[in-house]
Design a protein around this ligand. Structure first.
Ligand SMILES: [Mg+2]
Length: 215
C-alpha cells in the first residue's frame, strides 16, 4: 500500500520537545517579575503553541505596547537561561522521524515559537535534519489560522488533502482542519484528550511511535 500522506507537519512544544514544564515556569516567573497577578499552570498550558502576541492577549490583557515588549524580553531571557532544566525531545521521536523519512514522507514544523526560538531549539534538539521546512507564528498567522499549513503545502508542492497535522493542542488540530488536512492529536503534551477530540482528529495517540500506525 502506498503512503497516505506526502507531508507530515508537526507542532514543536509538547509534541516533539518535552518543553511544557519549562514554558509554564518561565511564563509564571515573567508575570511575577512584571508584577502581574499569578497565572495558574492550567491557564499557561492552554496558550502553549499560540504566538506570544495571542498568548498575551489571552493571559495578560491590558498590557500596553511597552509592557508587552518588556514581558516578551523577560520571557525570552528566562527561557534562554542555561541553568534551567534541559528540554529533551520525547522518547521515541528520533526513531519516529527516522522511520518516516525512510518511508519517503516529507516532514515539517509549524510552531507558535518565534523564529529565533525555533532555531535555538532546532540547534539543541539534534533533529533539525529530518525537516524540509518550517513556519513560525511571527512569520505568518497564529494557530488556528490555517496559513502555516497552507504555506508549507505550497512550498513543498503537496495538497492539504495529502498532508497530516500532528499536535498536542486543540488549535494545532483545528489549524489542520481549516486547511483541509487530516490530523492526529498527541496526549502527552499540554492538551487533554476530550478537548483535542473536538477538532475531529483521526486519533489521539499516547506515544510518538504510535503515529506509524496512522500513516
Ligand atoms: Mg504544542
Amino acid at each position: 500500500m502506498g503512503r497516505r500522506y506526502d507531508l507530515i507537519i508537526f507542532d514543536w512544544d509538547g509534541t516533539l520537545m518535552d518543553s511544557v514544564g519549562r514554558i509554564v515556569r518561565c511564563w509564571q516567573q515573567a508575570a511575577e517579575a512584571m508584577g502581574l497577578p499569578e497565572v495558574a499552570e492550567s491557564a499557561v498550558r492552554g496558550i502553549i503553541g499560540l504566538s506570544m502576541s495571542e498568548a498575551m492577549t489571552q493571559l495578560a490583557p491590558g498590557l500596553n505596547e511597552v509592557e508587552q515588549t518588556r514581558f516578551r524580553e523577560q520571557y525570552r531571557n528566562l527561557y534562554a537561561d542555561p541553568t534551567l532544566a534541559p528540554t529533551p525531545v520525547f522518547d521515541g521521536v528520533e526513531s519516529l522521524l527516522t522511520q518516516l523519512n525512510e518511508q519517503g514522507h516529507k516532514l515539517a514544523v509549524a510552531t507558535g515559537k518565534a523564529r529565533h526560538g525555533l532555531e535555538r531549539a532546532f540547534g539543541h534538539s539534534g533533529i533539525q535534519h529530518h525537516f524540509v521546512g518550517s513556519r513560525t507564528a511571527c512569520e505568518t498567522a497564529s494557530k488556528p489560522d490555517p496559513q502555516m499549513v497552507l504555506e508549507l503545502c505550497q512550498e513543498q508542492g503537496v495538497t492539504p488533502a495529502r498532508t497530516l497535522m500532528v499536535g498536542d493542542a486543540w488549535f494545532d488540530l483545528e489549524m489542520g482542519r481549516r486547511a483541509g488536512s487530516e490530523s492526529i492529536g498527541v496526549s502527552y503534551g499540554a492538551g487533554d484528550t476530550p478537548h483535542l477530540m473536538t477538532a475531529q482528529p483521526r486519533a489521539v495517540i499516547h506515544h510518538p511511535l504510535e503515529l506509524l500506525q496512522w500513516v
